[in-house]
Design a protein. Structure first.
Length: 79
């Protein structure tokens, strides 16, 4: 099929569709690196962290989920 032609494949209920997206990759870090990153969240990057706390609920995240992600207390996230 040429690059100027659109794909016209249709899915049937018993077909499996694959994606070309890469598998999820997760950063590996040592305990000191992890601690440093968490400490940075509570330091000068506080404004960015607050923005994340504002944006994630719009994407459907709950206060406890955000608190767990950022290592904050859920009450802090709700403020």
């Amino acid at each position: 099929m040429g690059s100027d032609q659109a794909s016209t494949q249709t899915e049937t209920p018993d077909e499996v569709t694959t994606s070309m997206r890469p598998a999820h990759g997760y950063a590996r870090m040592s305990e000191p690196q992890h601690t440093e990153l968490i400490t940075a969240l509570h330091g000068p990057w506080r404004t960015a962290t607050r923005l994340v706390i504002i944006v994630l609920p719009a994407a459907g995240w709950s206060a406890p989920e955000i608190a767990d992600l950022l290592h904050y207390d859920p009450a802090t996230v709700r403020r």
